[in-house]
Design a protein around this ligand. Structure first.
Ligand SMILES: C=C(O[C@@H]1C=C(C(=O)O)C=C[C@H]1O)C(=O)O
Length: 425
């Protein structure tokens, strides 16, 4: 996999930041710039990028290309941060829904809103030849942000679920087919996804949708990627990997029930198997990149709004030669969103799912030049396309899975997003 640095972006950049009054980070999506990317972490830290000073499309091998030749005039302020959304599968042909949003990429934003420990900054990164304009552009940018209307607080338009035809039955049949393949010994697990479509009365403001997700899921990472007039956004409970210094944290999150039935998770052999497959795969993926791997902890129940999952945290110390995007590449896709063995599961899900995955279940990330970063799995999201929204969700299939039950599980996951689209908070 190779990273291409588009030649339309200048080699030398200058960057400077100014402290501003914090504002709801979702509000930044009111600005029309593209691409736009948002990464809102639990606890309030947030990054929203508008426009690209650099844009690494498609692949993500050479991280250094993002940071090379950037002169920072404000070393006292939080450093530049790159933001990105990457497809589930590189090279997949997008359908009408994903066209434009795919292949996403990693951007070094031209305008970056940074919120950290309750303080906020606006950072601008421009071609080096525009360095003289930085102070003026920063002052103008800060004033523009202060003047933004509270668009995120607008009520959302009414919403209608569209007829799914026979798609639900076809999903249940695909599950049966997958179980047959698993029983035949072809693979151990595959995650099958489906999507549903809803129509708003009028096009909603993406800032208001993201805000509803934030209100309902403050413990999730809320993310957004906007391009070509469409927005992919959501509130995911699943961390792919986080790096702070040499400290690495990741997790296995698989096995699902409604909150009322959460206790069944620990008792169910099928859910424990589905989960254990993910724990093993995550440990194997990071093993070559870390110093030592403590024995796995027993899974615990993670209660979310509207859902409960089996969860195993995994922590380790990174080797000196490992970098953040190498970790992302090593871990994605986990069997929580693809299956095991990975190649066979990826082939089977591509054959059994009626639509491409696009950015669904792909990595969404923030990263800095010091090697720190956080990548999450883009789940529990929706594509906003004018008046329409499409909500993908999947479920892990192992031996013993039942078509109707897995269909119900995808519905439960979609409901967590639909409730936010309905404007409930
Ligand atoms: C695939 C999704 O979720 C993943 C699959 C899970 C499962 O199969 O139990 C649980 C959490 C996620 O890792 C989704 O939300 O679309």
């Amino acid at each position: 996999m190779k990273l291409a640095l588009s030649s339309e972006f200048p080699l030398a950049l200058c960057s400077a930041a100014v402290e501003i009054a914090p504002l709801p980070p979702e509000r930044l999506l009111a600005l029309a710039a593209e691409p736009a990317a948002a990464f809102l972490a639990p606890g309030g830290d947030a990054w929203v990028g508008l426009g690209a000073a650099r844009w690494l499309g498609g692949d993500f091998e050479d991280t250094a290309a993002l940071w090379a030749g950037v002169a920072d005039d404000s070393p006292g302020a939080p450093a530049p941060v790159a933001l990105g959304a990457l497809p589930f599968r590189l090279g997949e042909t997008p359908d009408a829904l994903w066209r434009g949003l795919v292949p996403g990429g990693v951007i070094l934003p031209e305008r970056l809103y940074i919120q950290q420990d309750g303080r906020a900054w606006l950072r601008l990164t421009l071609p080096a030849r525009e360095a003289g304009a930085l102070p003026h552009r920063l002052a103008r940018g800060a004033a523009a942000l202060a003047a933004l209307p509270a668009i995120e607080a607008e009520p959302l338009p009414g919403l209608t679920e569209l007829d799914e035809g026979d798609a639900p039955q076809r999903y249940a049949q695909a599950v049966t087919e997958a179980v047959t393949r698993i029983r035949a010994g072809e693979l151990d697990k595959v995650v099958l996804a489906r999507r549903m479509r809803v129509a708003f009365d009028t096009a909603p403001a993406p800032a208001a949708v993201l805000r509803r997700l934030s209100e309902r899921h403050p413990g999730a990472v809320r993310y957004a990627w906007r391009y070509a007039g469409k927005v992919w956004l959501g509130a995911t409970p699943e961390s792919l990997v986080r790096q702070d210094g040499r400290r690495l944290s990741t997790e296995a999150l698989a096995g699902t029930r409604t909150p009322e039935r959460a206790a069944e998770l620990l008792a169910s052999a099928k859910e424990r198997l589905e989960h254990a497959i993910v724990v093993d795969a995550v440990r194997n993926a990071i093993a070559p990149l870390v110093h030592a791997l403590p024995p796995p902890a027993a899974p615990v129940i993670r209660q979310l709004r509207g859902l409960a999952h089996l969860h195993t945290p995994i922590e380790a110390t990174l080797r000196e030669d490992a970098d953040f995007l190498a970790l992302v590449r090593a871990l994605h896709p986990t069997p929580a969103v693809c299956g095991l063995p990975t190649d066979r599961a990826a082939t089977l899900l591509a054959a059994l799912e009626p639509q491409p995955r696009g950015l669904y279940a792909g990595p969404v990330l923030r990263m800095a030049a010091d090697g720190s970063g956080h990548a999450v799995v883009a789940l529990r999201g929706a594509v906003l396309d004018g008046r329409f929204a499409v909500v993908p969700a999947g479920a892990g299939i192992v031996d013993g899975s039942d078509g109707e039950e897995e269909l119900a599980e995808t519905r439960t996951k979609q409901r967590t997003v639909l409730d936010a689209l309905r404007g409930n908070s």
